[in-house]
Design a protein around this ligand. Structure first.
Ligand code: ARG
Length: 462
């Protein structure tokens, strides 16, 4: 019988069960639900509702069920129970009879589910935090392996200025560090415990909420029972942090898909993270990267979906809120998978440093240097920009790179151009002049890489 059967004369229809039951997906919170129940039984003992023997019997049975849940040994598919909370209580009652029926004293599934889901999100964020740290490590190793490699940097997907490949890797490290700090902010903000808030108005039993919170690993109890049972900000925030992180992964995937294309030819991906075509024997497709990019659709959708679900809900708990689970569970799974596959892609990839360098030298990516060279000769930048533009046009007409133009041809564009210009136009000079903090000179990139490797060591231990 359902937990709430007393007031009803007949049972639920099959269709009602289909729309209402959440066990098919909320069973993933089994361990968290049992943990919360054990702590609640201790709180009831301290409040004088259960005696020592009763509490210990409950804890033993729940402890056994928790072990089964942790080992994945429970088959939820055959259970008639409505949700994970009913499932755990039904098990307890089957084992202990009337004693099992005492556990729900002073508690509601409303404060229970709010607590369970916080615990579940917290556990998963812990795992994903580690995934982010691993990916930072993979990017740093990639930068280390290709310390001297140079690629074209793009704006508008037009070759703009050359950059070290390590500089590119470190750009994604910055994004991941921000993702990590967003995870940490969220973990700190959601670190309050709803249990003891009852259905909406608080509980009449003398439970110690501070102690309950601490036993469940929270820093404090939620301060308002109405808010505690109806707040799903922590789920929304998780979905936003996931969306931002997935957006970063998607941009990285897009860069790598382009670098891997026949047109760019900067890198090859390993056989273990690519697939072939059933028709075209020559194909090796960057599927892993495309899916890192593609899975953003569903994750962003889950964020939007829950925002719309929550909008306009009256206080306090409404069943609409049961819809918070599937999208969040899917998001945590996909986010984890994408962070892990990104590591595999980076580890498997081989950079064609020759092709990268060649491309970095093409496309007049050193035209800014010519302008800067003229600025050093006291020509205003605007004028220098114009002269460099004319030099590019002349070079295109001759089918040459700027540094391959005759000095006489360059001087016919502006008399102040001397043969020392060739030095400025060299790739290494173009790169290494950008030696201010955050720039792409060899020195700044090496230093940044060194600092990030140190940070990473500390992160791994955090
Ligand atoms: N399965 C429900 C959920 O996930 C549990 C809370 C049910 N509360 C209630 N008053 N019906 O939201």
């Amino acid at each position: 019988m359902a937990l709430w059967g007393g007031r009803f004369k007949s049972g639920s229809s099959d269709m009602f069960k289909q729309v209402n039951d959440s066990l098919p997906f909320d069973h993933v919170m089994a361990v968290e639900d049992i943990f919360g129940s054990i702590i609640w039984s201790r709180a009831l003992k301290n409040a004088g509702v259960l005696n020592e023997d009763e509490q210990s019997q409950i804890e033993t049975v729940l402890g056994n069920l928790k072990t089964q849940a942790e080992e994945g040994n429970i088959d939820f598919s055959e259970s008639p129970e409505e949700d994970i909370h009913s499932f755990v209580e039904a098990y307890l009652t089957k084992e202990l009879g009337d004693l099992g029926r005492k556990l729900h004293t002073g508690r509601s599934r409303n404060d229970q589910v709010a607590t369970d889901f916080r615990l579940w999100v917290r556990n998963h964020l812990g795992e994903i935090r580690q995934d982010c740290i691993n990916l930072i490590g993979a990017l740093l190793q990639c930068a280390n392996r290709h310390e001297s490699a140079v690629i074209p940097g793009y704006t508008h997907l037009q070759r703009a200025q050359p950059v070290y490949f390590a500089h590119w890797s470190l750009a994604y490290v910055e994004m991941l560090k921000r993702d990590l700090s967003r995870i940490d902010d969220l973990l700190a903000r959601m670190n309050q415990c709803p249990l003891g808030s009852g259905a909406l108005a608080g509980t009449t039993f003398a439970v110690d909420r501070q102690q309950i919170a601490e036993s469940l690993g929270f820093s404090s109890p939620c301060l308002n029972s109405l808010d505690a049972v109806s707040d799903r900000d922590f789920v929304l925030e998780m979905l936003f942090v996931a969306s931002t992180s997935m957006m970063h992964l998607s941009r990285m995937a897009e860069d790598l898909i382009f670098y891997n294309s026949g047109e760019a030819g900067f890198l090859q991906l390993g056989d273990d993270v690519t697939s072939g075509s059933s028709l075209m024997p020559q194909k090796k497709n960057p599927d892993a990267l495309e899916l890192m990019r593609g899975k953003c659709g569903r994750v962003f959708g889950h964020l939007q979906g829950l925002l719309v679900t929550m909008k306009g809900l009256p206080l306090a708990y409404n069943k609409d809120m049961q819809e918070d689970k599937e999208g969040a569970i899917d998001t945590a799974n996909q986010w984890h998978i994408c962070l892990c596959i990104a590591v595999e892609v980076l580890n498997s990839m081989s950079l064609n440093e020759e092709a990268c360098r060649k491309a970095a030298q093409q496309g007049y990516a050193n035209a800014t240097e010519l302008a800067d060279y003229l600025v050093a000769k006291n020509i205003p930048f605007r004028t220098a920009h114009d002269i460099a533009g004319q030099a590019v046009v002349a070079a295109i007409e001759k089918g040459l790179a700027l540094e391959d133009m005759e000095i006489s041809d360059l001087q016919s564009i502006h008399k102040d151009i001397d043969s020392d210009v060739y030095e400025c136009l060299q790739l290494e000079s173009v790169l290494n002049k950008r030696d201010q903090l955050g720039g792409t000179s060899k020195q700044t990139v090496t230093k940044a890489l060194y600092i990030e490797l140190e940070n990473w060591d500390a992160l791994k231990r955090s």
